[in-house]
Every structure is written in C-alpha cells, then in structure tokens.
Write a protein that binds this ligand. Structure first.
Ligand code: GDP
Ligand code: MG
Length: 168
C-alpha cells in the first residue's frame, strides 16, 4: 500500500519555539529547555487523513538559524513549511518575511502556515493581531496562533499542511 510521506521544515528565528513544537507534536511533551538530540535530523508522526496514512517528517535545525547557517540539505525536498514567530519577540515577527523568501529560494512555493507561537503570553504581546493578519495575507498563507506550552492549535498546524499537500 502506498504511504504518503511529507517532509516539513520549520523555520523562524531562534527561541520562537520550533524545537518545542516538533517535540510537542511528535512526542506529546513540553520542557522549558528542550535541546535537540544530537544526530537526529527529524522526528515523525503518522496520522490518518481522509482515510489515507500520512507520515509527517518534521525537520529540526540544531540552532544554526541563529547564525544564518542552515544548510541546503535541511531544505532539500521539503514539501511543506511552518513559518514561526513568537508573540513576545518583535524581531522574530519582522524576520518572518525573509524566512519565507529563503524557503522559496530553495523549495519554490510549498504549502506554508504562518505560526504565531507563545499565545499563552498574549499579555506580553509585541505584535498587534491586525499586523499578524496583514502579514499572513501578504505572504499568502494561513495564520495560526499556537501555544506549544498549553498545547493549543499545534495539531491544527500539521493537519492543515498535510491537507494542503494531499490536495495538490
Ligand atoms: P527554537 O530555538 O525556535 O527551537 O525554540 P525552542 O523550542 O528551543 O524554545 C525556546 C524557549 O521557548 C524554550 O524555553 C521553550 O520552553 C519556550 N517555549 C516554546 N514554546 C512556548 C510556548 O508556546 N509558550 C511559552 N510560554 N514558552 C514556549
Ligand atoms: Mg531549536
């Protein structure tokens, strides 16, 4: 039987919660100081969508994003993208557009979700809701607000991407 596998890359500035999101989605856990296991390129989770088995491979960076040193092999063959910023980090919001361009340069146009993470810290927000909506519209992608910590909307991110890939 044919199984569908989708490589998902997760990009955005350091400390927005990318590794935590992968960990949350694939292992169901959250820690305050998650460190990527050395030697593991990705974690995976299998879901069933419209009766089809879909294997999502979530690729993590080992912190290279902070040095702008993500290698081409990270992007190679990616079919979907999570573009993440943090509710409490203005720079990460402003960097989202250039992250989208980097992914497009390497992968072309692939299904992408703009993710505003750490929505549990909304009382410390440095991004207006309207600005986030406008950015999503400008980038042509869906905006989802998540809290990896509180497990809000994380499944929806990957469900949406898988559905977009299947529809292509
Ligand atoms: P990465 O550098 O983008 O991979 O970010 P990490 O996954 O390492 O997360 C950076 C920090 O943010 C860690 O201390 C996480 O525990 C924390 N964090 C991640 N997601 C959330 C969230 O939804 N809410 C809050 N309050 N903290 C989060
Ligand atoms: Mg990380």
């Amino acid at each position: 039987e044919l199984e569908i596998a989708i490589k998902v890359v997760i990009v955005g500035n350091g400390a927005v919660g990318k590794s935590s999101m992968i960990q949350r989605y694939c292992k169901g856990t959250f820690t305050k100081d998650y460190k990527k296991t050395i030697g593991v390129d990705f974690l995976e989770r299998q879901i069933v969508l419209d009766g089809e088995e879909v294997r999502l491979m979530l690729w993590d960076t080992a912190g290279q994003e902070e040095f702008d040193a993500i290698t081409k092999s990270y992007y190679r063959g990616a079919q979907a993208c999570v573009l993440a910023f943090s509710t409490t980090d203005r720079d990460s919001f402003e960097a989202a557009h250039s992250w989208k361009m980097k992914v497009e340069d390497e992968c072309g146009e692939i299904p992408t979700v703009l993710v505003q993470n750490k929505i549990d810290l909304v009382d410390q927000s440095v991004v207006d809701p309207e600005e986030a909506d406008l950015l999503a519209r400008a980038l042509g992608c869906r905006l989802l607000r998540t809290s990896v910590k509180e497990d809000i909307n994380v499944n929806a991110v990957f469900h949406h991407l898988a559905a977009s890939c299947l529809a292509e």
